[in-house]
Design a protein around this ligand. Structure first.
Ligand code: RIB
Length: 285
């Protein structure tokens, strides 16, 4: 029996403070009637735990503050068996916080106060051995570029939230994942990269492209949407797991769409991440 792949995620840890059930406010507007909850989150932490729940070995390399929010933000990762030896504590910054509003249809708005995620400088990065490295842009792009340079294995970058990056980072990536907003931000640059580009289309599913040409597409299984927070992170993790496990691009994309669909059926980011059995049950439905 071969050992499961090992993934290292270099990224963010946040505590998500969530107000659910009221309409999303417009600029300058106050809305009321929401219900408050708090959940561990952060795109890096979510992707790490999502991959772990799908059955692979995962280590998270990230930065938190020396405060009470940190333990709460790391609790589900710890309970889920994510290797946290690479978590550094910054005594001068707060743990990252995301302020999230979720409307009655499950759509969200997120403002992040990155705190210690923003002090994760490239020279602080120590990368443990891995079959794949997965990054997002909630830590500094130069830190992501350093992660790309340090790994000889599979490298995936989820360009979320969209921010300027060097063309060399895009050229190094074996897999880039973007949603439609992010794809519009990077524009033509994504058409000429040598690696795979996965474009997520929300409830419509996703496409996989190489050199600007579509090589696979998958629809998302229909589900009742409760909260879309963390669905994109689940998609990223599942696509990487599927490709590392040797699934065909089509099968990996279907697996990732099903995983993302599972994640929207529950509230919260990490609290909604599906197990492998849940994803396979949805795929078989
Ligand atoms: O992708 C969802 C995540 O984005 C949330 O958990 C929040 O922390 C923000 O980083």
């Amino acid at each position: 029996m071969t050992a499961p792949p090992r993934i290292v995620v270099v990224g963010s840890v946040n505590l998500d403070l969530v107000a659910s059930g009221a309409p999303l406010p417009k600029a300058g507007e106050t809305v009321t009637g929401a219900v408050f909850s708090r959940h561990p989150g952060g795109k890096g932490a979510n992707q790490a735990l999502a991959a772990r729940r799908l059955g692979v070995e995962v280590a998270l390399v990230a930065r938190v503050g020396r405060d009470a929010l940190a333990e709460e933000a790391l609790a589900l990762l710890r309970a889920g068996g994510v290797d946290l030896a690479g978590i550094a504590v910054d005594a001068t910054a707060a743990t990252g916080v995301a302020l999230i509003c979720v409307d009655p249809h499950g759509e969200n708005q997120i403002t992040v106060a990155p705190g210690a995620n923003a002090t994760f400088a490239p020279e602080l990065l120590v990368l443990p051995p891995a079959d794949a490295v997965v990054c997002q842009l909630e830590v500094r792009p130069p830190t992501v570029a350093r992660a790309a340079a340090l790994t000889g294995g599979f490298f995936c970058v989820n360009l979320a939230p969209a921010a300027p990056v060097d063309a060399s980072l895009l050229a190094r990536a074996d897999l880039i994942v973007v949603n439609e907003t992010e794809a519009a931000f990077y524009g033509e640059a994504l058409r000429t990269v040598p690696g795979l580009v996965a474009l997520t289309l929300g409830g419509q599913g996703a496409k996989l492209l190489r050199g600007g040409a579509e090589i696979a597409q998958a629809t998302a299984p229909p589900v009742d949407v409760v909260d879309t927070t963390g669905a994109g992170d689940t998609f990223v993790a599942a696509l990487v797991v599927g490709l590392l496990e040797g699934m065909t691009p089509e099968a990996a994309l279907r697996f990732a769409c099903a995983a993302g669909a599972c994640a929207v059926t529950k509230a919260g980011a990490q609290s909604s991440l599906p197990s492998r059995a849940e994803v396979e049950a949805l795929l078989a439905r």
